[in-house]
Design a protein around this ligand. Structure first.
Ligand code: ADP
Length: 150
């Protein structure tokens, strides 16, 4: 059986920190499904279709990576992809508190989906999508924080 993990997030944008977590995940799983959660009522800064293309570039169309957009329960999407693992990154204790609550709800919704947490490499721990959006909005340089060219 293929070991599939789903890596859900907003990825607005997908950063070097996310890239690092997926690459670590590829050592554990046969396939990682990068799932861009897209709430149709919520305006994104980087359009979903653009982000899918950019993430594809970053991974050089690696056959062990799938990139999808979704607007449904993460546990439902995981089932569709036969993913038994839900991958998340942990940067600090704030992430831990938040992730802990999400993991409890995930377990409640689907007892067969196991959340797996990987610790961010220190050089990426300060990278944050919200800050990248703000810097980019006002014309600042963000190239070194992303695994693709904008
Ligand atoms: P969400 O809005 O669901 O938190 P994000 O796109 O911000 O989505 O993050 C998705 C996942 O990636 C989360 O597990 C988050 O903790 C993790 N993450 C975010 N930034 C980094 C980073 N710099 N390094 C490692 N993991 C990160």
């Amino acid at each position: 059986m293929k070991r599939v993990a789903i890596f859900p997030g907003s990825f607005d944008p997908f950063t070097n920190g996310h890239f690092d977590i997926v690459n670590k995940g590829l050592k554990l799983f046969d396939e990682v499904v990068i799932a861009i959660g897209h709430n149709t009522n919520k305006q994104r800064y980087f359009p979903v279709e653009d982000m899918i293309a950019k993430i594809g570039e970053a991974f050089n169309d690696n056959e062990h990576i799938k990139i999808v957009a979704y607007s449904e329960l993460t546990v439902s999407l995981a089932r569709k992809h036969n993913a038994k693992f839900l991958l998340r990154g942990l940067r600090n204790t704030t992430d831990f508190e938040y992730e802990n609550s999400i993991a409890q709800v995930t377990k409640y919704l689907d007892n067969d989906l196991e959340s797996v947490f990987l610790i961010t490499s220190p050089q990426y721990a300060a990278i944050n999508s919200t800050i990248i959006r703000e810097v980019h909005r006002y014309g600042g340089k963000v190239d070194d924080l992303l695994p693709y060219k904008l």
